[in-house]
Design a protein around this ligand. Sequence first.
Ligand code: CAA
Length: 259
Amino acid sequence: NPAFEHIVVEVRPGHVGLVRLNRPKVLNALNAATLAEIVTAVRAFDADSNVGAIVITGSERAFAAGADIAEMSGKSAADLLADVRLAQWEALRKTSKPLIAAVAGFALGGGHELVMVCDIVIAAENAVFGQPEINLGIIPGAGGTQRLARALGKSLAMEIVLNDRRLSADEALRAGLVSRVVPTERVLDEALSVARQIAARAPVAVRLAKQSVLKAFDTTLEVGLELERHNFYLLFSTEDQKEGMRAFLEKRPPNWKGR
Ligand code: CAA
């Protein structure tokens, strides 16, 4: 797509939207323009009925090495307050379709925060995860402290944020940050395959499933259970629920309509 300078965007077979970060000279550092392009592409896929799941990836050497330090270095607090970045991260968080990260190489700082905004993370054997902001005299600013604490627990989150502890792919797997580790050259194919499988499922159920699981990270158990039950009941108003159960009883594959 010629509209994009820092990313490559395509629809892959099986209704999968693919966003590939493409600033190899700076290890896919997320300057303002790159983040804006990612948000534009993800939003377009989220609105595209031909896309059922979205994969975000980088290169074999780097998923993304963080915010662009050169761009950030001269900024004041007032500049950052007036910046659209916060709204852009919020927009990514509000994506309704599943976001799947295929991570090889460095996923650091804002790059790691981008990984954590994704719903499913597939890691290459060479992946490295971390929040090195402390080395720059700052802290993570795009959700890192909150999502790490929720995903990994206090002690490991503290080591990562306070002392730049980096996790290997296997450590990230054990900590629950990623759900599989695959040989580096396979990481994109693996993520595309998971995305294709999800894109072939009942779309309204997938959407409400994602919404329900995400709720677990930002509310009490009681409120979360209420939302789950609400979504569960809501699905009984869809044709796909009737079709899914009929197909099971008739011993044939379901034919999803997305309504
Ligand atoms: N911003 C801007 N440029 C970056 C960058 C970044 N985050 N990360 C790497 N680059 C550039 C380097 O400056 C270098 O450019 P030159 O070739 O022009 O010198 C090029 O990418 C290649 O990097 P290295 O030569 O450093 O490669 P390496 O293999 O020796 O090291 C690395 C790789 C460990 C990732 C190292 O580049 C590094 O530490 N990068 C910075 C990581 C970091 O601190 N990220 C956090 C940023 S702050 C943030 O993200 C805030 C937030 O929460 C939103």
